[in-house]
Design a protein around this ligand. Structure first.
Ligand SMILES: Nc1nc2c(ncn2[C@@H]2O[C@H](COP(=O)(O)OP(=O)(O)O)[C@@H](O)[C@H]2O)c(=O)[nH]1
Ligand SMILES: [Mg+2]
Length: 244
């Protein structure tokens, strides 16, 4: 029995609580966002991926794959949920986690200043920011996107994992591990270098780390809301006493 699946957090499947996390992938064109998404969802690397455009309704991502081969489901569309979100349920730390993954195409290659749609940022519980270790320009894009995320209306603490992809091409590396790690550390993000082409396990680690960061951030929000409630009740009592 599914009680609630509306782009939110609280889901009950039977009697078992299930965590729901919305994961947004960002980064420059051709860094491997779709490759990482497909790796995570299907464990496979298929080489070429159509972009999930507004018009494709989620089918572009899986060019070359038979839809029936996939153990993913296209989420039910509703006002607050975009068309191209794929979901996968995983068991992490003895709890079912439903990943809703939005692999958004990069559309800022026209020389205009970079911006991120508010719709995406408000939807996301956590963000995977991808660059290619062989493409310095894509690293600058990640740096800029990170600044935009931290300045956005969303709480600046939205969990982010920075990912340097195409590790198998390390002989063409133009961004060092240290630079990537330093950027991530300076903005309190997780950091991984992976190869979507070569390994599933490392890609899985990225998503698992993001879940841990999301859990931490939710727990922090809950406890600070609790503290605010206590402070309000205490000031109400003392305020009353002073007025009496
Ligand atoms: N060598 C290598 N190529 C990759 C890797 N990940 C993606 N690619 C290739 O890079 C190109 C762009 O990948 P894609 O996922 O479409 O990038 P996106 O535009 O960020 O979604 C494709 O030709 C992929 O096959 C990787 O880890 N290693
Ligand atoms: Mg893509």
């Amino acid at each position: 029995m599914v009680v609630e699946v509306r782009g939110g957090v609280e889901v009950m499947e039977g009697n078992q609580p299930r965590v729901e996390v919305n994961v947004l992938l960002l980064g420059a064109h051709s860094v491997g966002k779709s490759a990482l998404t497909v790796r995570f969802l299907t464990r496979r690397f298929i080489g070429e991926y159509g972009d999930i455009g507004e018009e494709t309704h989620g089918h572009g991502l899986f060019v070359g794959l038979n839809q029936s081969e996939l153990f993913v489901s296209l989420m039910t569309m509703c006002d607050s949920v975009p068309e191209s979100v794929y979901s996968r349920v995983d068991r992490i730390d003895a709890q079912d986690v439903c990943f809703n993954v939005w692999d958004s195409p990069y559309t800022q290659d026209d020389g205009k200043s970079l911006s991120l749609p508010d719709k995406q940022l408000q939807w996301a519980d956590g963000i995977v920011l991808v660059y290619s270790i062989c493409d310095r320009r894509s690293f600058h894009v990640v740096r800029q996107q990170l600044q935009l995320i931290r300045r956005s209306r969303k709480p600046s603490s939205v969990p982010v994992v920075v990912v340097g992809n195409k590790l198998d091409l390390h002989c063409h590396r133009s961004v060092s591990s240290e630079e990537g790690r330093l950027l991530a550390l300076s903005q309190h993000c997780g950091f991984y270098e992976v190869s979507a082409a070569e390994t599933y396990e490392d890609v899985l680690l990225v998503f698992q780390r993001l879940v841990h960061l999301i859990r931490e951030s939710r727990a922090l929000r809950k406890s600070s809301a609790g503290v605010r409630r206590i402070v309000r009740s205490v000031s109400a009592v003392f305020g009353k006493k002073r007025g009496e």
